[in-house]
Design a protein around this ligand. Structure first.
Ligand SMILES: *Cc1c(COP(=O)(O)O)cnc(C)c1O
Length: 393
């Protein structure tokens, strides 16, 4: 595929070479291994002298098609896809760091990533310093002689903090650190971290990339030398993306740009409209004036994303009443779907933390996260408004 084509066009047109059947849509290559004509071609494949597929834990046509599209969309050199977002996160860290290395981690990261870093990395002798997202002095102070990687997410889940990618790019360059960023909330349609100096970009493809709540998947793209190490690690450890899920995700990328445009439009309109509801004390959305990092968001993103947060007055109990009063929005743990979703972190994902621990990561008792879908925006606003009416104590 000509790299002169726009990345959005490439996400539509990149395709595994057609079989002799002349199919228009790529078939699903449900096969665990691939056949060789002779001993010599098998030897060459194992010696990596040819690109022939060997075994679907190493490579598969559907997985490669999806990865090639993600590489084009992010403007990367190479990529590798995995079974879930978490296996992309873990693979991107464990393949590149070793006993004695240190990592700087933004404190506002996905819950399971946080658990992995705190609970499991120390078992392998990898140390870390967690730094507040926007506190650049703390980042500088955290650098040690053995620091190898910086890991962050922007916008963050669920507080929607925005980190300055240009600043992080300069910081990691100055200290010669691997810049690894989870771009799940923005997608490459809205934000391309490699343009700001990122070495690796990881995704949960489960969210906006699938965009229809069907499959799990993950992908990491970036510098070819680093991706090579991640590939070798994953090929041995086995967090393989299935051919079927890759087929679903590759098809999804054909509509990613149009979906994200409408998700952003709906999210902005809903966030703006709900600011004035009497039972709401705060609405947070990266592209709403008044967001603490509005200027940074405008500088590095082409849209505010599909998620906004609101704070219902009345704390945990009001948050629970709000969820119970919803008639159309789904109450579920996912985000990034055609269907709008509401969640209440204080009584669900973050319920095991104390009030103080929640406050430290910015989860207030009445915080509601809304993943805005593709329903007509007036219906989304109407459902949230009527539930807010009923949330007062
Ligand atoms: C969901 C999510 C992940 C993990 O992805 P899975 O596909 O669920 O493994 C990682 N990072 C962010 C920001 C997420 O929202």
């Amino acid at each position: 595929m000509s790299s002169k084509l726009d990345p959005i066009t490439q996400a539509v047109r990149i395709q595994t070479p057609r079989t002799q059947q002349g199919e228009h849509s790529t078939p699903v290559y449900l096969t665990s291994s691939f056949v060789f004509d002779d001993a010599e071609s098998m030897r060459a494949a194992f010696a990596e002298e040819s690109d022939d597929n060997i075994y679907s834990r190493f490579s598969n046509p559907n997985v490669d098609e999806f990865t090639a599209k993600m590489v084009a969309l992010e403007g990367a050199e190479a990529g590798f896809s995995t079974a879930s977002g978490m296996s992309a996160v873990v693979g991107s860290i464990m393949s590149l760091l070793k006993n004695g290395d240190h990592m700087i981690v933004s404190s506002s990261i996905f819950g399971n990533t946080n658990t992995f870093i705190k609970k499991y990395m120390p078992n392998f002798g990898i140390t870390y310093t967690m730094v507040p997202a926007g506190d650049h002095a703390a980042w500088e102070a955290a650098v040690q002689p053995n620091t190898k990687m910086v890991y962050l997410e922007t916008p963050t889940n669920p507080q929607l903090e925005v980190l300055d990618l240009e600043w992080v790019g300069k910081f990691t360059k100055k200290h010669n650190l691997i810049f690894n960023v989870d771009n799940c909330f923005a997608t490459p349609v809205l934000q391309r971290p490699i343009e700001f100096g990122a070495d690796l970009v990881v995704h949960s493809a489960t969210k906006w990339i699938d965009g229809q709540g069907r499959v799990l998947g993950g992908v990491v793209v970036g510098r070819a030398d680093l991706i090579r190490e991640i590939y070798l690690f994953c090929r041995v450890t086995g967090p393989t993306l299935s051919a079927f899920n890759a087929w679903v995700l590759s098809k999804s990328l054909e509509t990613l740009e149009v979906r994200m445009q409408r998700h952003c439009e709906n999210a902005y309109k809903a966030a703006e409209a709900l600011q004035s509801h009497p039972n709401v004390s705060l609405v947070k959305y990266p592209f709403l004036k008044g967001h603490p990092q509005y200027d940074i968001a405008k500088k590095q993103m082409s849209g505010g994303g599909g998620v906004f947060c609101l704070e219902v007055k009345g704390g945990v109990e009001a948050g629970r009443k709000f969820l119970n009063a919803l008639q159309m929005l789904s109450v579920t743990a996912n985000l990034g779907d055609t269907r709008s979703i509401a969640s209440h972190p204080a009584s669900t994902t973050h319920s095991k933390l104390t009030d103080e621990e929640r406050a430290a990561v910015g989860i207030t008792p009445g915080l509601i996260r809304i993943s805005v879908g593709l329903e007509k925006v007036d219906d989304i606003i109407a459902d949230i408004s009527q539930a807010l009416d009923k949330s007062s104590l």
